[in-house]
Design a protein around this ligand. Structure first.
Ligand code: ATP
Length: 321
């Protein structure tokens, strides 16, 4: 079955619960779940509810996981290529699938296989993206007609996704966007020009909660948000790369100085710019050619897991059953 993430969500449903929806497309659908980076991550303040108010420019990358969703087996099952990742309710795929099964009275069996390529807990939103792909995939396979956005009280994929994590709405939308609030208020930005991206994920464990707990907005320096938005409008890759910034870098690099070393090495080996994504530990760098990125990839191979990828202009589920 082929579909576009946006085309399946254009019809408004009337909020009525579906009764025993049947699978279409021969009961099989494949959907890709893309990673993201933060070109800018400004932490504005700590809110009364404990979350932090953010302002971030987010960008989808080609590096992706793949979910194969089948209406087969018994009840709900999740299998995963990464044997270290739990497949029970700790996995966002399981939680999102069970939510839709319950809300829409799906009585048909659902099996999902998750082919994991995005490194886990890396600042690349792998779990959030798998969650978004699960919501979109089951919505399409069972023709649930949940809209991407909703202007009334009816649930939308965006509102459902937000409940699973602040990055899920961006993963549903994809492309290039300004994210505000806790990350869920999204404004599309101009399409990012094609760019080769190198990711280096050092083998260290970073706790997002611990990083935010240590963050003091008083120590933040103003980012070049307007310059970044102008650079996107101008489609100028060098200007985009020279305006990367991330308020959390000061905290994460204090805990793990290796991250700062990787940023410096990435630039020494030819990156137009380099920065940490999210709360880390992954560092990304932009390159003006695949050759120069390949060179840096070899030089940085000792620093952790390295991935050569590129920016993805718009989200496409590209199912290829
Ligand atoms: P973000 O950038 O959104 O903060 P991240 O890239 O740092 O996310 P994830 O890969 O999304 O981190 O994983 C964060 C946590 O979510 C991990 O502790 C992991 O066990 C859990 N998790 C739940 N489901 C998944 C999944 N499908 N893939 C990866 N991690 C998952």
């Amino acid at each position: 079955m082929r579909l576009s993430s946006l085309s399946v969500n254009t019809k408004m449903r009337n909020c009525a619960n579906t009764t025993n929806p049947q699978p279409c497309a021969g009961g099989l659908l494949q959907i890709d779940a893309y990673s993201k980076i933060n070109l800018i991550l400004d932490v504005i303040c700590r809110r009364l509810d404990g979350y932090h108010e953010l302002r971030s420019v987010m960008q989808t990358l080609e590096l992706h996981d793949t979910l194969t969703i089948t209406s087969a087996g018994e009840g709900f099952t999740l299998t995963c290529s990464d044997k270290n990742l739990p497949t029970d309710d700790r996995n966002l795929v399981t939680r999102a699938a069970k939510y839709l099964i319950k809300q829409h009275n799906i009585r048909q069996p659902i099996s999902i296989h998750l082919e994991k390529r995005i490194p886990e807990a890396a600042g690349l939103a792998g779990g959030s993206s798998d969650c978004a792909a699960t919501l979109m995939g089951i919505n399409a396979l069972f023709n649930l007609q949940i809209p991407l956005h909703s202007s009334n009280q009816c649930p939308s994929l965006m509102s459902i996704g937000k409940a699973f994590g602040a990055d899920v709405p961006f993963c549903l939308m994809g492309g290039t966007a300004l994210a505000e609030g806790i990350g869920e208020e999204l404004t599309p930005l101009p399409t990012h020009p094609p760019t080769t991206v190198l990711l280096v994920c050092p083998n260290i464990r970073v706790s997002t909660a611990a990083v935010f707990a240590r963050y003091d907005p008083k120590n933040s320096s103003p980012s070049n948000m307007q310059a970044m938005i102008n650079a996107l409008h101008d489609s100028n890759v060098a200007d985009i790369a020279s305006n990367f910034s991330n308020d959390l870098t000061q905290i994460t690099t204090k805990m793990h100085p290796k991250i700062d070393e990787i940023i410096t090495q990435m630039k020494t080996h030819g990156a137009l710019g380099a920065a940490m994504s999210g709360s880390g530990p992954t560092v990304f760098g932009y390159f003006d050619s695949e050759e120069s990125a390949m060179y840096a990839k070899k030089k940085l191979a000792h620093a952790g897991r390295v991935y050569l990828t590129s920016v993805k202009a718009v989200r496409s589920t590209a199912p290829n059953a």
